[in-house]
Design a binder for this molecule. Structure first.
Ligand code: UD1
Ligand code: UDP
Length: 374
């Protein structure tokens, strides 16, 4: 008898990282696979579903403008009840560390399904950083039956918490599976994309392109103000550089960034890019400045140095390999490190290694084999 899977996600990065699993499970005859989106994100999620050609079986459509964690958590748990009752899954798959992951994990536990945690075991061991993600993943780790860790280090973190070793599998990160699919599709001769055409008109690719993103809750307020101040100085001191910043739709990001950085000639503020245009642009960039988790994991595959505007990390692997530097949220440090990368080519080359500690593109296969063997 075939087993039933329910794969649930809600935000842009979860969708990107779960898409390869959805695609492969839907082709696997040993399982009946259903997809549910909480739609904790809306536009940013829909762009990903389009690109990976995924049509969810259930769309809870929960996003509200400037939503808060209390009501988001409560409505996810409440709305998952009927989905879980209708599907009656053997396995529920959640990803990473968002409110969707944590709340769906709780609901799935109530339903009695086995819970599979993809991207398990990332830790800073400081519940406040990143907020609320570290708490979300610790809790999801507690709830999960099976843990798919991207690296040996993330497995070790789970062992420290007394997770049973036989329930952990090191798989690599599915973000690389998605990236390889994405790059191949974007580079295909017949692939046409309006956003990419617009970027070609907007940016001067003779210049060095600095790609910026930022959205972490703990950087809202002063952190974001410092980062914007640094970007302004970098743009003014380096007219030979074009900075492009696809601004996250969270009003706590969009408001201040537009206020602080509009009207500067070589800073281009644009709406979040759909995944194909974003990975195309990453490939064309000289340097990336970000607080994003997923981008830190993707960049080493494209040989791009990353300055991470955070003070702690649950992804130390690329920092140790030297392709990522934690610069924190101090304006001067961000400016200094950017200057070094712009002006010291040996230093730049040392950081732009084409090696990725986060995966080899086969994470999804390993997850499916593990579940098949249960
Ligand atoms: C969420 C996750 C964070 C993840 C990030 C990825 C939580 C608590 N936070 O943060 O872990 O790294 O997504 O981007 O789970 N909005 C839109 N359209 C969209 C998406 C967001 O308008 O498509 C706006 C809405 O006003 C929404 C707000 O952004 O209420 C915040 O969205 P939310 O998912 O709560 O937080 P993020 O900051 O996006
Ligand atoms: N991304 C995208 N468009 C953008 C910015 C990012 O498609 O304008 C992709 C990026 O390639 C990565 C993911 O979104 O796969 C990262 O999402 P985000 O930074 O929102 O979340 P995090 O990874 O920090 O949780």
């Amino acid at each position: 008898m075939s087993k039933t899977n329910l794969i649930v996600f809600g935000t842009r990065p979860e969708a990107i990282k779960m898409a390869p699993l959805v695609q492969k499970f839907l082709k696997n005859k040993n399982f009946e696979t259903k997809v549910c989106v909480t739609a904790q994100h809306r536009e940013m999620l829909d762009q990903v579903l389009d690109f990976f050609e995924i049509t969810p079986d259930f769309d809870l459509d929960l996003m509200r403008p400037n939503q808060n964690l209390y009501s988001l958590t409560a409505t996810i748990i409440e709305n998952m009840k009927s989905v879980l009752e209708e599907v009656n899954p053997d396995y529920v798959y959640v990803h990473g560390d968002t409110t969707t992951s944590m709340a769906v994990g709780i609901a799935a536990f109530y339903s009695g399904a086995k819970i599979c945690h993809v991207e398990a075991g990332l830790r800073t061991f400081d519940r406040q950083y990143p907020f609320p993600e570290e708490f979300n993943r610790q809790l999801t780790g507690k709830i999960a039956d099976y843990h798919f860790s991207p690296t040996e280090l993330s497995k070790k973190n789970l062992l420290v918490e007394n997770t049973k070793e036989e329930n952990i599998l090191v798989t690599g990160n599915t973000v690389i599976d998605a990236l390889l699919y994405g790059i191949e599709k974007v580079n295909a001769k017949n692939f046409k994309d309006e956003e990419i055409e617009n970027l070609k008109l907007l940016l001067n690719f003779q210049k060095k392109i600095i790609l910026v993103t930022g959205h972490r809750r703990e950087n809202h307020g002063d952190g974001l103000i410092n980062i914007c101040a640094a970007l302004k100085t970098i743009a003014q001191n380096n007219p030979e550089v074009d900075i492009i910043y696809p601004v996250h739709l969270n009003p706590n990001v969009k408001g201040p960034v537009n206020e602080l950085l509009s009207g500067i000639e070589n800073i281009h503020l644009v709406a979040p890019l759909a995944y194909p245009a974003f990975i195309w642009l990453m490939e064309k960039s000289y340097l990336i400045i970000t607080d994003s988790g997923g981008i830190q994991e993707e960049a080493p595959s494209l040989g791009k140095p990353v300055l991470v505007t955070r003070t702690t990390t649950e992804r130390p692997e690329a920092v140790e390999e030297g392709t990522v530097i934690l610069v924190g949220i101090d304006s001067n440090r961000i400016i200094e490190e950017t200057d070094k990368l712009l002006n010291n080519i040996e230093y730049y080359n040392g950081m732009s290694m084409l090696h990725n500690p986060y995966g080899d593109g086969k994470a999804t296969e390993r997850i499916i084999k593990f579940i098949e063997a249960l």
